[in-house]
Design a protein around this ligand. Structure first.
Ligand SMILES: C[S@@+](CC[C@H](N)C(=O)[O-])C[C@H]1O[C@@H](n2cnc3c(N)ncnc32)[C@H](O)[C@@H]1O
Length: 315
């Protein structure tokens, strides 16, 4: 079996139903991975511009590009840069954007990528294979910064204790070392239900890949890229991510907080239609793919109103 076959797309039918791709439309798949969503979009006759920051995912997508008859373009970049990358290809607006955020099974399963606390590998965790690695972070950040990351991004209640143990054990170069340090610090026993290293690994991965900032910027970029009537589908895997998506869509489909104090003309109009309930995996999918347990899909439709000003940027 090829490694591409190892990643089972999550909520695939529900994502495609939400995106409702039509022949000849242009769709952005912001997180190509093993190409599960892109393949389905191509199957519906759409043209697809797919992004992945991981050069391995892009290289392994070459076969699907060849099969697509010119309808699939792969871009080795972060999805938050979609507006610029589309403009470079002469595209102003698209009919759909999908984001399936987080790590892929290929990244987790390849020990040499350093994402997994269950197999030993170099302490890396960089999706894009460049920049600050997990080892760089744990070996150079101060204790308070490590504790903050573990608390906020891993919801680790004993973040200070774990950060102290990490600093005392430096330098740390292997995933197995980091996992053992966390387990020792938190008193893990073999039969415990959840390995406490889960939270620390999640936090460090989100931090080194700036995942939450990417998601915020990516949603704003999708808002700019989508044509009136365009569809957005976002699959997230934990509450930190889903909260960002939920807040963004709630804000953009309503009136901005404090707008009653703004002159009528300056208040932005809703850029997304009122949003339907989030979608979770069916029992059949849960039985087939345990990874779908924590997945939440939110779908929204773009209105004809202008995109709101991006945070920290001029409109
Ligand atoms: C959960 S997988 C996507 C799986 C895909 N939907 C499929 O069906 O095969 C997430 C992928 O998105 C990529 N990714 C994560 N954050 C990204 C970002 N900000 N920009 C571009 N790619 C990103 C990861 O490298 C990974 O390959």
């Amino acid at each position: 079996m090829s490694s591409l076959a190892l990643h089972i797309p999550v909520l695939l039918d529900e994502v495609i139903a939400g995106l409702a791709p039509q022949a000849g439309e242009i769709h952005v798949d912001g997180t190509f991975g093993a190409g599960g969503y892109s393949r389905a979009l191509l199957g519906a006759g759409a043209n697809v511009i797919a992004f992945d920051r991981d050069p391995d995912a892009i290289a392994e997508g070459a076969a699907l590009v060849a099969e697509s008859g010119g309808r699939l373009t792969l871009v080795a970049d972060v999805y938050s840069r979609m507006v610029e990358a589309l403009a470079e290809r002469g595209i102003d607006h698209v009919d759909g954007v999908t984001l399936d955020v987080g790590v892929s099974s290929m990244q987790l399963d390849r020990a040499e990528r350093g994402f997994s606390f269950q197999t030993d590998g170099p302490l890396d965790m960089r999706m894009g294979q460049s920049g600050t690695s997990a080892a760089d972070f744990v070996n150079s950040a101060d204790e308070a910064e490590i504790a903050d990351v573990l608390f906020h991004l891993g919801e680790e209640r004993q973040s200070r204790r774990v950060a102290r143990a990490i600093v005392a054990a430096r330098p740390i170069t292997r995933t197995s070392e980091l996992a053992a340090i966390v387990r020792r610090a938190l008193g893990y026993r073999e039969h415990d239900k959840k390995d406490p290293a889960t939270r620390t690994f999640q936090a460090i991965r989100i931090h080194v890949n700036r995942e939450l900032g990417e998601l915020e910027d990516g949603l704003a970029a999708a808002e700019q890229a989508l044509a009136p009537g365009g569809r957005l589908a976002v699959v997230s895997f934990h509450s930190l991510e889903d909260r960002i998506v939920k807040r963004f869509l709630k804000e953009r489909s309503g009136t901005p907080a404090g707008s009653r104090h703004l002159p009528e003309l300056r208040a932005p109009k809703p850029s997304f239609e009122a949003v339907a309930k989030p979608v979770r995996a069916s029992d059949a999918e849960l039985a087939r793919n345990p990874r779908s347990r924590s997945a939440t899909l939110r779908v929204a439709r773009r209105t004809g109103a202008s995109a709101w000003a991006m945070k920290g940027r001029a409109s």
